[in-house]
Design a protein around this ligand. Structure first.
Ligand code: AMP
Length: 443
């Protein structure tokens, strides 16, 4: 295994890495850093928690000029992730003089103007707010040499696809583009074909993902008894900091207030809170003033609190992917963690899908905790594999190879396609198109 310096990261950055306890590169960093330093476009399939931020940030810090205009643009789906990624990069950049700033909706645009005026080389942004700046002329992307699409699948889920295309139209084609995504649905590959040059793929096997340090289990319970079981699980936990996931913001509120009535220190985080309230909740949770964070999925994106030892799913998500994102909030940076799901009978099918999609064991806790499986479920018909799981069998996922290793796309195809499209629409590179007219022109 190579050290960061042997991979080609500059001396100042490796010094900062050492200070922050980064001894050896994580697998995704081993693979992606040399490719990016060579100047290639990279697609990385990686969950949060695998070290993907450093995988793209370190080569950028090594390659860009230490002064001057914005040279790298990192697009992220949420403000939490924007704050987290920029903080992480600023840590690495301590001895380089390179400045990273995050721009996201919900923060005063005045503060952002001030930050931009002071000079920025790396910009981390959510798409909507960045478009506001582009339209107002307060951000110039002309000198951007690196674009990173972080959590690309999430950005697509959140409806940012047209925004991303709008933004990429303003970035010089002579750039390196990287895309990181936990999943690779066809839309992501289409985006890559359209906007990336010949790219290299970096894909970790499951064993290398952080999920294998998470002890996963579930308890089948009556819906009306979920809260009692939740309190019990909280009482018997062996690490304090805990995230409880609920399906809606109303449920996070109710749960947090009921937990407080039980004497727990709980706080909520969801998409309807103001940025200040969210920052405050995260601050209190990180400091340990509150040890239970009751969250919805959107708000929890990108939460990186190393001390989180438990993720409790009070409600089961319909999409297995969301389950994997949720449990990735624990066992950060190689630590261990526990993820326990409360499965009520109406959510058994959803949980069955999760069980079928993972190679990792997810234990059923009913017997060891002495909780009887609700009677109705014994007569419920499940898909065959779930019923077998339910009896203690474990299955691997057979659907992982949705795309093949080593895919290469020819550079000129994407470029010609882009040029032709621009020509059709009469675009000039720095044209005066409003966002909506761009949208209309596509329909
Ligand atoms: P990320 O996937 O970028 O969110 O990173 C997950 C966590 O791993 C963060 O807390 C990082 O600070 C930490 N981390 C990333 N790379 C390393 C490394 N090579 N050594 C130690 N910690 C790391």
């Amino acid at each position: 295994m190579k050290t960061f310096q042997e991979l080609g990261i500059d001396v100042e950055t490796t010094k900062a890495l050492r200070e922050h306890g980064y001894e050896d590169p994580f697998p995704i960093q081993q693979e992606a850093i040399p490719l990016m330093l060579k100047g290639l476009d990279v697609i990385g399939q990686a969950h949060t928690g695998t070290g993907k931020t450093a995988a793209f940030a370190l080569p950028i810090l090594t390659k860009i000029k230490r002064r001057g205009p914005i040279q790298a643009l990192i697009l992220v789906p949420t403000r939490e992730l924007a704050v987290q990624v920029s903080a992480e990069i600023n840590k690495f950049a301590k001895y380089t003089g390179i400045r990273t700033v995050s721009i996201y909706g919900g923060q005063s645009i005045g503060i952002q103007y001030d930050q931009l005026r002071r000079g920025v080389q790396i910009l981390v942004a959510t798409p909507g707010r960045l478009i506001d700046h582009i339209k107002q002329g307060s951000i110039d992307l002309e000198n951007v040499k690196f674009v990173v699409l972080d959590e690309a699948d999430r950005m697509l889920d959140m409806g940012f696809i047209e925004d991303i295309k709008f933004i990429l139209f303003y970035v010089n084609e002579d750039r390196q583009t990287c895309l990181f995504s936990a999943t690779m649905p066809p839309e992501i590959l289409r985006l890559a074909q359209e906007y990336m040059k010949e790219f290299e793929e970096v894909r970790l096997n499951e064993e290398e993902l952080s999920l294998d340090t998470i002890d996963q289990s579930y308890l089948i319970v009556y819906e009306k008894e979920k809260f009692r079981h939740l309190c019990n699980l909280i009482r018997i936990r062996d690490k304090k900091q805990t995230i409880v996931f609920a399906a809606t913001k109303q449920r996070t509120h109710r749960l947090a207030s009921e937990l407080k009535q039980e004497g727990f220190r709980a706080i909520t985080i969801h998409g309807d809170l103001t940025q200040r309230q969210r920052d405050n909740a995260m601050y209190r949770f990180k400091r340990g003033d509150e040890d239970i964070l009751v969250a919805t999925d959107i708000a929890a994106r990108g939460i990186d609190v190393p001390a989180v030892g438990h993720v409790l799913n009070y409600d089961i998500p319909e999409d297995p992917l969301i389950y994997f994102h949720r449990i990735g909030r624990t066992a950060r940076a190689g630590a261990t963690g526990k993820a326990i799901s409360l499965v009520s009978q109406d959510r058994i099918d959803d949980f069955g899908r999760i069980l079928r999609q993972t190679k990792h064991p997810i234990r059923k806790l009913n017997e060891e905790m002495g909780v009887e499986v609700p009677a109705v479920q014994r007569h419920h018909t499940h898909s065959r594999s779930f019923s077998r799981r339910y009896q203690g069998y474990e299955y691997g996922n057979q659907n992982r190879d949705r795309w093949s290793r080593g895919t290469r796309y020819r550079k000129d195809v994407g470029n010609r396609y882009r040029q032709a499209k621009r020509h059709d629409r009469g675009y000039s590179h720095r044209g005066h198109y409003s966002h909506s007219s761009y949208r209309n022109s596509r329909s």
